[in-house]
Design a protein around this ligand. Structure first.
Ligand code: G3P
Ligand code: CA
Length: 286
């Protein structure tokens, strides 16, 4: 990338695969996670919510309509509301019956990208966190960035996640993992509960904005280890201020190489991206 000087520490910038390798496989599915690992991501970001039977499942939206065929599979079911069926009313086993890849560039018949991805992942379901974690078994160095998507709609998810992570760790799961959310109350609660449970995972506080975060840094550094802001107007001064407060900075979601390079140049600790490949080129100075 021309005209951007990348500082010597760029090897330390984490490549974070947003919703898995979501440019190349349907977001928050097992193939997207497998692809992110295969492409060499250092961390894989996923979004999680609770199912009706209190299982942690992967889904970005608050409803199932954009990415699944819930209206077709559960036609006539009173839990199905046009464009507004919520995952919390379905069990994990029911969610596993939903097709999660027949949309966007992955839809059967899509002409995006010359139809290259059309139907490529058919048969992919809404996975549980347990299924996702199993994919990391042979890749102990790859980290997870677990986003509690809408904790108010999944009450108790903080403790359920802690219990599940503790159980996985007891079985030998050692991958680095960070928990994050846009919701400070949930993150503060999570931080408190994990200490009580004997866990000490880094906590990330997401922000929709990237300017004037000084007050938030001060207030939220009591429980957060990292700030993960929208990259929009993120400045070198803000990154330095966060670092001074002992916080890492990992902005989202940057797919443009030039902007990725700018963020690396101002000292961010990681970049959340759909375009792992572009970020890897930037970090290699290509
Ligand atoms: O990891 C941060 C990023 O994923 C937040 O935005 O909407 O993609 O979950 P969103
Ligand atoms: Ca997310």
């Amino acid at each position: 990338v021309a005209d951007v000087v990348i500082p010597a520490h760029h090897d330390d910038v984490d490549v974070v695969a947003h919703r898995g390798a979501s440019r190349y496989a349907p977001e928050n599915t097992l193939p997207a996670i497998e692809m992110a690992i295969a492409m060499g991501a250092e961390q894989v970001e996923i979004d999680v919510s609770l199912s009706a039977d209190q299982q942690i499942i992967l889904l970005h939206d608050n409803t199932l309509s954009r990415t699944t065929n819930v209206e077709e599979v559960f036609a006539g079911d009173p839990r199905v509301v046009a464009d507004d069926s919520v995952p919390q009313l379905f069990t994990a086993a029911e969610l596993a019956t939903l097709e999660a890849s027949n949309w966007g560039r992955f839809a059967v018949g899509s002409t995006s990208d010359d139809g290259r991805y059309a139907g490529a992942y058919l048969g992919t379901h809404v996975p549980t966190l347990a299924e996702a974690l199993a994919l990391f078994e042979d890749h102990p160095d790859v980290g997870l960035l677990i986003e509690l998507k809408a904790p108010a709609l999944s009450p108790g998810i903080e403790q359920i996640l802690i219990d599940q992570l503790l159980a996985e760790r007891a079985k030998g799961f050692t991958n680095p993992h960070v928990v994050q959310s846009f919701h400070p109350d949930s993150m503060e609660l999570y931080a408190h509960l994990q200490v009580a449970a004997g866990l000490d995972l880094p906590v990330g506080q997401l922000h929709f904005v990237s300017a004037n975060l000084g007050d938030a840094f001060r207030a939220q550094s009591t429980y957060a280890d990292g700030f993960n802001p929208s990259h929009g107007s993120l400045s070198a001064a803000a990154v330095a201020e966060a670092h001074q407060a002992g916080l890492t900075v990992t902005p989202y979601t940057i797919n443009d190489s030039a902007r990725q390079a700018e963020l690396v140049a101002i000292g961010v600790d990681g970049v959340i991206t759909d375009r792992i490949d572009r970020l890897q080129c930037v970090l290699r100075g290509e």
